[in-house]
Design a protein around this ligand. Structure first.
Ligand SMILES: [Zn+2]
Length: 217
């Protein structure tokens, strides 16, 4: 991508990256980096969690307030375009993620679990700034083919206008450590989401964090 010419030529294998700014290290920041190298701190809880305020496949889903407000605006904008989106996952606690991860290992094995699920502490859903969306009709929910639905295509085009980026885009796995998830959005705020997209669409690269393809030993 265009930004590769300015990327650091060496990446320390155990470091977050030489130029990761303090706001990307602060778990309370809207621009915190969470990935396979950077868990949220043990015992930390996301501040200002509120009801997501959009239609979901279950009750009680929470997001941080700025993300919830932006998501409400995005879902309304989609509806105005004839696209019905529903929320299928938002904030997750450490215990909830532990259950998901362990279920994923039991179903599909460790390698698959580490490609599509996060170890507890490492899920971006802990931040309250990540939302998994689906088509209201259920087509391709949490599957790669969601990218080819009208709902997935709408998200790919318009999420940035509402301050979200598709966090694990196609082809980003060597950097993000996750297979493509066209349904998983990360709230950054409109200005930062635009900056990340202009830098190629991968948060780690845009923030100078270096790749985090696997968990550290
Ligand atoms: Zn997700």
């Amino acid at each position: 991508m265009a930004s590769s010419s300015t990327a650091p030529t060496t990446v320390a294998p155990t470091a977050a990256g030489p130029s990761l700014a303090p706001l990307h290290r602060d778990p309370d920041s809207l621009q915190v980096l969470v990935n396979k190298h950077r868990p949220v701190p043990a015992g930390w809880t996301a501040p200002d969690l509120v009801s997501a305020g959009v239609v979901g496949n279950r009750q009680g889903m929470l997001l941080r307030k700025p993300a919830a407000q932006a998501l409400q605006g995005m879902v309304a904008a989609a509806r105005a375009d004839g696209i019905e989106l529903i929320l299928v996952s938002a904030h997750r606690t450490h215990d909830y993620q532990a259950g998901l991860y362990s279920n994923s290992i039991q179903r599909n094995g460790q390698a698959h679990a580490d490609r599509y699920s996060a170890r507890p502490g490492h899920s971006e859903h802990h931040t309250g700034l990540a939302a998994d969306l689906a088509a209201a009709d259920g087509t391709c929910t949490l599957q790669g083919c969601f990218a080819d639905t009208p709902e997935g295509a709408w998200i790919a085009q318009h999420a940035v206008e509402h301050g979200f980026v598709v966090r694990y885009p196609q082809g980003s796995e060597p950097i993000t450590g996750y297979g493509a998830e066209p349904w998983h959005l990360r709230f950054l705020g409109v200005d930062e989401a635009r900056r990340v997209m202009e830098a190629g669409g991968i948060v780690e690269t845009a923030w100078g964090a270096g790749p985090a393809p696997t968990y550290l030993p």
